[in-house]
Design a protein around this ligand. Sequence first.
Ligand SMILES: [Cu+2]
Length: 512
Amino acid sequence: MTYTRANAWNNGGTFNNPDLLWYAKGVGVMQSRALSDQSSWWFFAAIHGEYITGEPAFPGWGFIPGPPEVPTTPVPAQNVQDLYWDQCQHQSWYFPPWHRGYLIALEAQIRAAVISLNGPQTWSLPYWNYFGPDDQNEIPPAFTEQDLPDGSPNPLFVEARYGRNGVVFVRIPPVSEACQTNTVYTGTNPATLPPGYGGPETTFWHGGGNQRGGNLESNPHNLVHGQVGGNAPDGETWGLMSDPGLAALDPVFYLHHCNIDRLWAAWNQNGNSNSNDPNWLNGPAAGGDREFAMPMPDGSSWVYTPNDVNSLIQLDYNYDDLSTAAPVQPLSILSQRLRRLGVAPAAAATAAAAGVNMESEVNPELIGTHDGAIKLKSSGARATVKFDSDARGAMAASLSDASEVKLPDRVYLQLENVRGNRDSYELSVSVNQQRAGTVSLFGLRRASLKDGQHGGEGLTFVLDITDIIDNLFLDNALDLDSLDVRVVPDQAMAESADITIGRVSVYRQPSQ
Ligand SMILES: [Cu+2]
């Protein structure tokens, strides 16, 4: 039996789509169960992450504005919590496979509930493809109705889902499918700054720490979380989707992750390979760390590794559509540069195909920093990054030497040790007034807790600014003494929001 996961926007994304009507009913069944029941909605959300004890105010689960009314008792036995709760893998190469297993288990639980209600035996989890045509960047309407067609309360309706000014939609851009053009799952060089499509090598990694997330995780995944959850109207609390310890309480979470899983499957179908490192394939338990475990509807515990979920061929589901909307391959940095220099596109394509290795083995080198923490205000934050003179010389030489077959050095901007008490803002970053990218603070609050898993290191973000540097150089506009970096939040920040950037740094990575 192969189950087919389909687009949630079928039949207008309303309850005329049976996938959504039965999802709502299945969620309702799971919500009727106790927190300690391994098949309950609440237990499943806690598998991702939870704030059930130890939080004296919001986002403690006892302080979430309903609906739904979220229980904080009865808690399961400690050994059950230790096996299942707080597993989600972020800023890690385990991000795609851990979430794939999590979706498989949740889908099995919902399907069992649907069948118990005499619903379709083949029910499958729908995906929300916010990259789809027309208005599909908006949340499917079934999620915003207060009631089901029969007049009973809609289990898909969530009070703490704010979007922007109460309207829930994904903004494209900055959300994009650009990660689909990546060709590397995890950089083969551990010091390589860009962490690849799937993320950097880690042990069991429940988020946080000085670790840069993979490109699929950073955008679209993180940005969609923050844009859907948003902030409460008074700015003092935030939406469930904005915070990893709340996110899986919102039924739209699983449709978002279903789309992330679909993008991963599409990336593989386009010929890209996952990691073949045994540390990835065998998962963290092989190294003595926690295992990935999910409660199944028959009461059994499913323990899995990335190797078990490496490809859809091994699994019992598929997607009705694995196409991604974006043009498949944007021009490489090299061919864009050659075009700029007036080399014919055909020649440029040949040069690019001639084997310029985009995956450099050379360690990145720190070439400039702005030291001292900067506090982020509604108007943004600004840092001048000064380059040391050796680096300046090397960068100038690299830029002028770059040719048809030799890329200029890659240049990366890092925002290091970003700490704060809010996840629900996104920051747009520019360098010398040119847009460098947008980052989401999903996971920031927990990553900043001093007693947290990684000692409150906060989050670190990396942006590839090679194009910006090269364009400035080609325009003769590059001041090789320093760069002007600006970071601006997407909306006015609440009084109580306190976000700092520990250090802004620039790295150079020689291309060969
Ligand atoms: Cu997520």
